[in-house]
Write a protein that binds this ligand. Structure first.
Ligand code: ZN
Length: 253
């Protein structure tokens, strides 16, 4: 199924129009009055790609374009939006598979990723696509991000935080200046769950420590947009997450 998906992708992009593209099912969310978040779920891993933008502005950001980039392009173009950057939470294939197609559509679109995961973009073993029989590679990153770096893109002030454990170079993107605060969390913290830690560079202790120190210390109403599944809040997970409860621990802290 994966191979078919990749092979079925046209080699060249159609013109910048939504005509002829399958329209995606898009959840358009309004987490605060001047911010919109479109969630476009990609088969076959039910990975969430996000488009972040402000009403009335054409600039947008694409977070983690997955295996169905045509659907992202169709929706972005239909809304009259123009991406300013691709923000990657980490280098696993289901989060980076759409990079090349988006770059075909918008050739100067920069790709940003945490410094520690940048090598996975060109490494099918590292991005886990090799295990599925696909030698998936992405264009290289244009900018490597470090812990606590800040970005000013598409009208958003963004803070970058490293949270390893699911992937060693995983980062999350906190959108500052809106209430509640938003985080694009990738595969760190899900609603009622957490990211896998059984990959070669995974670590449960690192993931749990990162969640507690870098997410659970933020306001309870902060919304986490995860790489899979519905959004959640810091408060909800502190109270109910069965894998990383908000409790003192010595494991990896
Ligand atoms: Zn992942």
């Amino acid at each position: 199924m994966l191979v078919k998906l990749v092979l079925a992708r046209p080699a060249r992009r159609p013109p910048a129009s939504s005509a002829g593209f399958p329209m995606a099912h898009v959840d358009l969310l309004e987490p605060c009055p001047d911010v919109r978040v479109a969630r476009i779920e990609s088969a076959p891993f039910a990975e969430n790609s996000y488009v972040l933008f402000r009403p009335g502005r054409a600039e947008c950001l694409v977070v983690d374009p997955g295996f169905e980039p045509d659907r992202i392009i169709a929706w972005v173009v239909s809304q009259g939006l123009v991406p300013q950057a691709i923000l990657l939470t980490h280098g696993h294939s289901d989060h980076i598979a759409g990079n090349d197609v988006l770059r075909d559509q918008w050739p100067r679109l920069p790709i940003l990723i945490g410094r520690g995961d940048a090598s996975k973009l060109g490494d099918p073993a590292g991005n886990l696509s090799g295990a599925f029989g696909i030698a998936l590679v992405s264009p290289p990153a244009d900018r490597l991000l470090d812990d606590e770096e800040t970005l000013d893109l598409a009208g958003f002030a963004i803070s970058v935080f490293e949270i390893p454990g699911h992937s060693s170079g995983h980062v999350v993107y906190r959108i500052d200046g809106c209430r509640p605060t938003l985080v694009f969390g990738g595969d760190v913290l899900f609603r009622g769950s957490i990211g896998r830690t059984d990959f070669p560079d995974g670590s449960f202790d690192a993931l749990a420590a990162g969640i507690r120190h870098r997410l659970y210390t933020l306001p309870d109403d902060m919304i986490v947009f995860p790489g899979h599944g519905e959004e959640t809040t810091v408060g909800l997970e502190k109270r109910h997450n069965p894998f990383v409860p908000d409790a003192p621990t010595t494991a990896g802290d």
